[in-house]
Design a protein around this ligand. Structure first.
Ligand SMILES: [Zn+2]
Length: 267
């Protein structure tokens, strides 16, 4: 799970964002909350293939750090524009750019319309609407799920490079609850293939860094080195790379490699 940010905008981004605001106004104009929930679903179904959504999708794709992978698992190709806060609970955010994510269906399906929030005192509330329950606005609160668009998941998560498994970085409190909830809900450890892929990414990154160091020492042409650097940058599971940089002082092998190629800390 990786923190993402937008480095460049595609053509028409501003117009698309304005149109999204117009779409949202149609939802917000509904006088009742239940009416807004109904309008959010209806208008999303009708407009999701329209240009503003495809421009937003392109913007999300440009945010993915390594070749268009899901922002949650970083392993599968993302499939579509998804909502961080579910539209069934937060119709006021159905067309909100800040609420869009690029995720794979495997990550999005357990999340779907489930949502938990927490209050400043640390109380956690499940605001998921039960089947048949009255359509009422959820209790307010901060998202328990980590939002990779608006916070750095590694502030809350620790990745064990040897096993490829995530754990909470903090020993107690809401920071720990958020980490464990996110890993559990999205199945980030439960899916064995994800742990294997993170271990593979660690091996591959280490090997590429070693190659880059050797090529530099041998005085090889810059283009040859750049190919290796690009391969490293495009590799999925970018979190593994970020965690390697963070843990470099504790792992002698990494300390030596980053010492030999210090500019890698900026990659
Ligand atoms: Zn995913």
């Amino acid at each position: 799970m990786i923190h993402v940010c937008l480095s460049s905008c595609p053509d028409g981004a501003e117009a698309a964002l304005n149109e999204l605001r117009d779409y949202q106004a149609e939802v917000d104009d509904e006088p009742s909350y239940a009416g807004q929930v109904e309008a959010a679903q209806r208008l999303w179904d009708r407009k999701r293939k329209n240009k503003p959504i495809s421009v937003a999708r392109e913007m999300l794709l440009r945010m993915c750090p390594s070749s268009r992978y899901c922002m949650f698992c970083e392993d599968s190709r993302g499939s579509d524009v998804e909502h961080f806060r579910p539209k069934a609970l937060y119709p006021e955010l159905v067309f909100a750019w800040a609420n869009f994510l690029y995720a794979c269906s495997r990550c999005n399906s357990p999340k779907s319309s489930r949502f938990k929030v927490f209050r400043p005192d640390g109380t956690i509330l499940d605001v998921t609407r039960k089947q048949g329950a009255p359509v009422m606005a959820p209790e307010p609160g901060e998202a328990l799920l980590i939002d990779p668009r608006h916070e750095d998941p590694l502030e809350l998560l620790h990745l064990d490079l040897a096993t490829g498994r995530f754990d909470a970085r903090h020993e107690a409190g809401i920071a720990r609850e958020r980490a464990l909830y996110t890993v559990g809900l999205l199945g980030l450890n439960e899916r064995e293939y994800l742990c294997d892929a993170r271990q593979d990414a660690f091996e591959a990154n280490e090997s590429l860094l070693r190659d880059i160091s050797a090529l530099r020492q041998a005085g090889r042409p810059q283009a040859e080195i750049a190919r290796k650097v690009n391969a490293l940058r495009r590799h999925p599971h970018r979190t593994v790379w970020d965690e390697m940089k963070r843990q470099r002082e504790k792992v002698p092998n990494l300390k030596a490699l980053f010492g030999a190629v210090p500019e890698a800390l900026g990659w």
